[in-house]
Design a protein. Structure first.
Ligand code: G1P
Length: 270
C-alpha cells in the first residue's frame, strides 16, 4: 500500500523571481489554488493522506497553508465565501503533514534522501509540484505499483531537442505504455539521449532507494541525482517507466505556468 507522498520543495524557483523572493514557488497559484495543493489533491485521489515535505529556508508559507486559520475561518463563517475554504479545511483535517529541512542544495536525489526521516521503510510516492498533472496520474501509477511492486517513473514523449531538460529513459515495452528500464540519463544533450521518453515529476519509489542514494556520487551539475540512483536500482532489479494518460503542465516555466492558468480557468470558471 502506498500511503505516503514526499514533496521535495526546497528549490529557490529562481525562474519566477521576483515573485519567489518571499513566496515558495510551490505556493504560486494557478488561478486561486497553489501548485502544492494540486499535487496534494492528486495524491489524495490515489488514496494517500500522509504528506512529507522537504523544505528549506523561506518556505514557511507551506506550513501555514496546510494548517487551519481560525481567524479567516471565523470571519467568513455564514457568508457566501465560506465555501471557498471548505475543500481545503477538509483536506487539512484528513491529512498529516510533516516537514524536514534540506540544509544544502545538493540535488533532487539528496532532497529525497533527506526525506527518509519522514518516510521510513515504506514504498512512497514523490510529486514535484511544478509538474502539474491533469488525469489522476498518481492513481494510475499506484495501480501499476500494486501489480509490479517496484519503483516506477512517469514518462512522456518530448521533442528530441528538449531532452536536456529531463531525465531520459530507454526500456523495453512490456505492456501497453509500460517500459522495463535498462538505461537512464540525467539531462542528456539530444545527440546522447537514449530516447525521447522523458521523466516527469511523479515517482513511486521502494525504500531501498535510500541506501542506494547514500552511495550515489554527485552526477550531472555536481548534484546527487535520483536518475542515477534509479538506474542502479534498475540494474539490480526492476524499475518501470509508465507513459501516463493525461496532461502535464511544466509550471516551472513561464509558458507552462500561463498554459496551466488558462486551462484551469476555462475548466473551473468559464
Ligand atoms: C528533475 C529530475 C529530472 C526530471 C524532472 C521532471 O529535474 O532531475 O530527471 O526529468 O525533474 O520535472 P529538475 O526539473 O528538478 O531540474
Amino acid at each position: 500500500m502506498i500511503t505516503k507522498c514526499l514533496f521535495p520543495a526546497a528549490g529557490y524557483g529562481t525562474r519566477f523571481l521576483p515573485a519567489t523572493k518571499s513566496i515558495p514557488k510551490e505556493m504560486l497559484p494557478i488561478v486561486n489554488k497553489p501548485l502544492i495543493h494540486y499535487g496534494i489533491d492528486e495524491a489524495r485521489k490515489a488514496g494517500i493522506n500522509e504528506f512529507g515535505f522537504v523544505t528549506g529556508r523561506s518556505k514557511r508559507a507551506i506550513e501555514d497553508y496546510l494548517d487551519y486559520n481560525p481567524e479567516i475561518e471565523s470571519s467568513i463563517k455564514g457568508s457566501s465565501k465560506e465555501k471557498l475554504l471548505e475543500d481545503t479545511t477538509k483536506m487539512i483535517s484528513e491529512s498529516t503533514f510533516t516537514y524536514v529541512r534540506q540544509k544544502q542544495m545538493k540535488g533532487l536525489g539528496h532532497a529525497i534522501l533527506t526525506g527518509e526521516a519522514l518516510i521510513g521503510k515504506n514504498p512512497f510516492a514523490v510529486i514535484l509540484a511544478d509538474d502539474l498533472c491533469e488525469g489522476d496520474v498518481l492513481s494510475q501509477m499506484v495501480k501499476l505499483y500494486n501489480k509490479f511492486k517496484c519503483s516506477i517513473v512517469a514518462i512522456e514523449e518530448v521533442p528530441k531537442e528538449d531532452t536536456s531538460k529531463y531525465g531520459v529513459i530507454a526500456g523495453k515495452e512490456i505492456e501497453n505504455g509500460v517500459f522495463m528500464i535498462h538505461d537512464m540519463v540525467e539531462k542528456p544533450e539530444p545527440k546522447n539521449a537514449p530516447s525521447n521518453l522523458a521523466i516527469i515529476g511523479r515517482y513511486i519509489l521502494t525504500p531501498d532507494i535510500f541506501d542506494i542514494l547514500r552511495d550515489t556520487k554527485p552526477g550531472k551539475g555536481g548534484e546527487i541525482q535520483i536518475t542515477d540512483a534509479l538506474l542502479h536500482q534498475a540494474k539490480k532489479g526492476m524499475v518501470l517507466g509508465y507513459k501516463f494518460k493525461g496532461k502535464r503542465f511544466d509550471c516551472g516555466s513561464v509558458d507552462g505556468f500561463v498554459e496551466a492558468t488558462n486551462y484551469f480557468y476555462k475548466k473551473f470558471y468559464l
